[in-house]
Design a protein around this ligand. Structure first.
Ligand SMILES: Cc1cc2nc3c(=O)[nH]c(=O)nc-3n(C[C@H](O)[C@H](O)[C@H](O)COP(=O)(O)OP(=O)(O)OC[C@H]3O[C@@H](n4cnc5c(N)ncnc54)[C@H](O)[C@@H]3O)c2cc1C
Length: 538
């Protein structure tokens, strides 16, 4: 192994040679055995007596995060392609190292950090909280618990249907003629049902890429939580919220995760926020391969998991690349379950492009007695509570003498990446389209959650932004937050937005200190002002 030495103030840096491309290496601070992905590192403080001390102070911080505390570096990581020339890293000194993600945050505090060797990590785990033993994650225990929870939910739903005297038929349905469906059960037995009205809520199924080896060797998000083995080093293909959530969750377990992105992250979301989500995942060690798409998946080795070779092609040129992973998870979109429903027999229109069903504002399809709700709808948010709300209001309108319609605009949602992103209302791009950019005030700030301060986590990762329409008394038309528990924060502000939240009302609201949500009551800087929003960190 090659070891290089660099200097930064009083610090000494020893950087090992880059591991072979695509390989995984393990990081282990001196005298601390928690497994992390990255080069094996020994860290210590300025005083020899304290060497290696810092790691124990770090608590349950996600793998590959910078664990600086009291001026110690506890963790570093290295991407092979970023440290392509170890000499380059060594020459660069601490600042440069930070850039290539070696040594990182506490470098300026003057400590020593030694990269010892490379070992392939087998059982990555988080560092234990102070005074606690390392936590071991069991994939089998987790999937068993998830499946049992899903089972109990299904049972609960069936029970609720029975209580309401609703007949549940576990069969595949398709229209055979007007007002008539055929139901085929798993034994192939058929039954026919007629009704005055119908509601289609058949949802979507994951899409495959249609390339060699995808159906044979790849999994989708539908398979993840019933996978009978830990997926190991995983390539996630796609950049939707499903892709990023799966990637973030696996990285959170300490697995080596790569995300292959065809074009942009989180299409349809606020562009600035989407990039910040990506950056926060990179901080956790998720690796992004941008502008590539797989063209072939080959099995190199069988196993649980096995080894797969993925050949990918640039979306911008002729470049190809190869990588070896244990698991390839496809999250490249989902296809509506509308093609085999016999809709053509009764004249229900579906979009040729998307296969989805267009409906009017009462969820009515082109055939007046047939309604549709949920993910099969054209141009509506694809979220569980949206489907539930639309179905509930439809039932009330059809049979309860009510008239309320589902509001598909002010829908809050959250991307459950390790650092959550919550939003409600318009993205900046959409708001500019709807209200014109000159009519908008965009207030924003970076913020540093209190619980991150003591652990010395990055002070400029979390971000809050509201978009206000000047023509409506600065009404908040877009709400965005990237930070811990963003889902909880967004839920509350979504209710306020339904009530016509304005910037003045936010200013008049007394914050709860010290929370992250409080930041929305103290927003002062507009984007247009160009004022600095960075926070002071460790
Ligand atoms: C990985 C992932 C994560 C998600 N996370 C979130 C989240 O955090 N929050 C959130 O709000 N939403 C989330 N969603 C979206 C959410 O799951 C959907 O919006 C929601 O399930 C839509 O409900 P639905 O009833 O329209 O469709 P589905 O829940 O897909 O239900 C459709 C049902 O119809 C059945 N079906 C299909 N065809 C037929 C047929 N011909 N005959 C009989 N039955 C049929 C299917 O088997 C299925 O049971 C997530 C989705 C995915 C894929």
């Amino acid at each position: 192994m090659d070891v290089f030495k660099g200097e930064s103030g009083t610090s000494e840096w020893f950087i090992a040679a880059a591991p072979p491309a695509g390989s995984s290496v393990r990081l282990r601070p001196h005298r601390h055995r928690w497994g992390l992905w990255g080069p094996l590192v020994r860290s210590g403080s300025r005083r020899p007596g304290e060497e290696g001390h810092a790691a124990g102070l770090c608590g349950p911080i996600p793998p590959r995060h910078v664990l600086g505390s009291w001026g110690h570096v506890c963790e570093c990581w290295l991407y092979p392609e970023e440290a392509d020339a170890p000499g380059r890293a060594a020459r660069a000194g601490a600042d440069r190292l930070q850039e290539v993600r070696l040594g990182v945050q506490s470098a300026s505090n003057g400590l020593a950090c030694e990269v010892c060797d490379f070992t392939v990590a087998e059982h990555p785990s988080r560092p234990p909280a102070p005074g606690l033993s390392p936590v071991k994650h069991s994939w089998a225990t987790m999937t068993e618990a998830i499946q049992s929870h899903i089972g109990s939910l299904s049972w609960g739903h069936r029970l609720a249907l029975r209580e309401k005297a609703v007949t549940y038929v576990n069969s595949y349905g398709e229209f055979v003629e007007h007002h008539k469906v055929k139901a085929t059960n798993e034994k192939g037995q058929e039954a026919f049902y007629t009704a005055a009205k119908f509601v289609i809520a058949t949802g979507e199924r994951p899409r495959y890429l249609g390339i060699q080896g995808d159906k044979e060797y790849c999994i989708t998000s539908d398979d993840l939580f019933s996978l009978p083995y830990c997926p190991g080093a995983t390539l996630v293909v796609g950049a939707s919220y499903v892709a990023l959530e799966c990637a973030g969750f696996l990285a959170g377990l300490g697995l080596e995760v790569t995300v292959m992105v065809r074009s942009v992250l989180l299409r349809g979301f606020d562009r600035e926020m989407a990039e910040k989500v990506g950056a926060s995942m990179q901080q956790l060690g998720v690796r992004f391969l941008r502008k590539f798409m797989p063209v072939e998946v080959q099995q190199l080795e069988k196993g649980l998991p096995g080894r797969l070779k993925v050949v990918a092609k640039s979306t911008e040129g002729t470049e190809t690349m190869e990588g070896v992973y244990n698991t390839v998870l496809l999250a490249v979109g989902r296809d509506s379950c509308t093609k085999k429903l016999g809709l053509e027999k009764i004249g229900v229109n579906i979009s040729e492009k998307t296969g989805k069903i267009p409906v009017n504002d009462e969820e009515q399809t082109s055939v007046p007695y047939i309604y549709a709700v949920g993910d099969v709808l054209e141009g509506k948010p694809q979220l569980t509570p949206v489907a539930v709300q639309a179905g509930k209001l439809l039932a009330r309108r059809l049979f309860g003498g009510r008239s309320e319609k589902c509001d598909y605009v002010s829908v809050p949602t959250v991307v459950f990446t390790p650092l959550e992103y919550g939003c409600c209302g318009y993205s900046e791009e959409k708001a500019s389209e709807v209200y014109q950019a000159e009519n908008l005030n965009v207030y924003h700030t970076l913020f540093w959650p209190l619980e991150w301060t003591v652990a010395c986590r990055d002070s400029n990762t979390c971000y809050a932004k509201i978009i206000c329409n000047k023509l409506e008394n600065d009404r908040v038309v877009g709400f965005h937050v990237l930070g811990p528990n963003a889902g909880e924060i967004t839920q509350g502000f979504a209710a306020a937005m339904k009530c016509g939240l304005t910037k003045q009302l936010l200013d008049d609201t007394i914050g709860i200190h010290p929370t992250c949500g409080e930041v929305f009551t103290t927003l002062e800087i507009t984007k247009a002002s160009g004022l600095d929003i960075t926070q002071k960190g460790c």
